[in-house]
Write a protein that binds this ligand. Structure first.
Ligand code: KG4
Ligand code: ZN
Length: 352
């Protein structure tokens, strides 16, 4: 049995978790800064690092207590996100993890945040019984900073099939929500506004749906601009695009367009590469319309689909603990004796 304490502070959540053997959550604590950043309409880096400093000790202490871990030295290892993310925020988590690893003599496993999102699907929960070790797995990562289609050919083996050429999907949700004055963070706000909409009053483009060179790439800035142009057009016609009913109708069409592109490209890629499972992860995977559409499409194709339980979609530390477990599985914990872990703000997913 290997229990790993994981720490995640790459953006605006201070998170700590204890995960057993990569799949079982013993505790999963998240202190969210959303309320703090709401008044800026986005994450304010200096505020984020300060909040991490204030919260980290309590969050780690609570995670250990809830998991029944009396001494850090009883753990198999400490894992921590070392990138990508906000440098100042990452540093708080990395320093805390280094301190714990040094004091306890336990190994320190640096984890790529994107790899963490991928492994959120290996965690066993009531909603999602965890992906099985059958490859290739087609992975769609959709978060506030990333939109990528990845073919996973084994644990830790990734091939990049496509990515966004401009904005990430979550970023587009956030920007459109801001434009329509629906609130922050944008993804849940758009989802909420769209919920009651049944009419198709507006129509927005489905960017990069065509075949060819960019088949598995994404582009969201065009869709965002289309929403902007639509609001301007409405204003010219004397219609207020921020009036709640109209804003909800625009939001619903934006969500439908964004979701359709994500699901169709994922489904296409799963067929092209004979994937045995599909995994969707990252903050946007919390979106209900996306979850339903992906379920329908994967059922049609007869391919097993994994989407994490809601608390594991957005940033959390359980996914970091899961990724760390599978990372050390091949090489052993003893390979992680180096405490000289640095932060890398733009660390890419290691693809080939
Ligand atoms: O993975 P995450 O927590 O942080 C990053 O690594 O970026 O993702 C945050 C993103 C935000 O853009 C947020 O608006 C989006 O995930 N998001 C959603 C939903 N919940 C969060 N997007 C659409 N629908 C949701 N329900
Ligand atoms: Zn994330």
């Amino acid at each position: 049995m290997t229990r790993i304490l994981a720490i995640e502070t790459s953006c605006d959540e201070t998170a700590a978790a204890v995960v057993q053997d990569g799949r079982r959550i013993l505790s999963n604590r998240v202190a969210s800064q959303i309320a703090m950043h709401r008044r800026f309409g986005g994450v304010f880096p200096e505020v984020a690092s300060r909040q991490h400093v204030l919260a980290i000790q309590t969050v780690v202490g609570d995670a250990l207590a809830e998991a029944g871990v009396d001494r850090v030295a009883d753990l198999g290892a400490i894992a921590v996100t070392h990138g990508p993310g906000l440098a100042g925020s990452l540093l708080v988590g990395v320093n805390a993890a280094k301190g714990l690893a040094f004091a306890s003599g336990r190994p320190l496993i640096p984890v790529n945040h994107l790899e963490g999102h991928i492994y959120s699907n290996w965690v066993d929960t009531a909603d999602n019984p965890g992906a099985v070790d059958e490859f290739p797995v087609l992975v769609l990562i959709v978060s506030g900073g990333h939109t990528q289609l990845v073919l996973m050919t084994g644990h830790g083996e990734y091939r990049l099939l496509g990515r966004t050429l401009d904005d990430a999907a979550g970023e587009a949700f956030d920007k459109v929500a801001r434009l329509l004055e629906l609130g922050y963070p944008g993804g849940p706000a758009i989802q909420k506004a769209s919920a009651g909409v049944t009419t198709g009053r507006f129509s927005l483009p489905r960017p990069l749906m065509q075949r060819g060179e960019h088949r598995f790439n994404f582009s969201y800035s065009g869709l965002k601009t289309a929403v902007l142009n639509l609001t301007r057009q409405l204003e010219k016609e004397g219609i207020d695009p921020r009036e709640p009913t109209t804003a909800a109708e625009i939001a619903a069409e934006f969500q439908a367009a964004a979701v359709e592109v994500l699901v169709e490209k994922t489904a296409d890629a799963s067929q092209e590469y004979n994937a045995r499972q599909v995994c969707i992860c990252g903050g946007v995977s919390a979106n209900r319309a996306l979850r339903v559409a992906a379920q329908v499409r994967c059922a049609e194709l007869g391919i097993p689909l994994h989407i994490p339980a809601f608390p594991l979609c957005t940033d959390n530390a359980a996914m970091i603990g899961a990724a760390a477990f599978f990372r050390q599985q091949g090489v052993g914990l003893a390979a992680f004796r180096n405490l000289g872990v640095d932060v890398h703000a733009s660390l890419p997913l290691p693809t080939h």
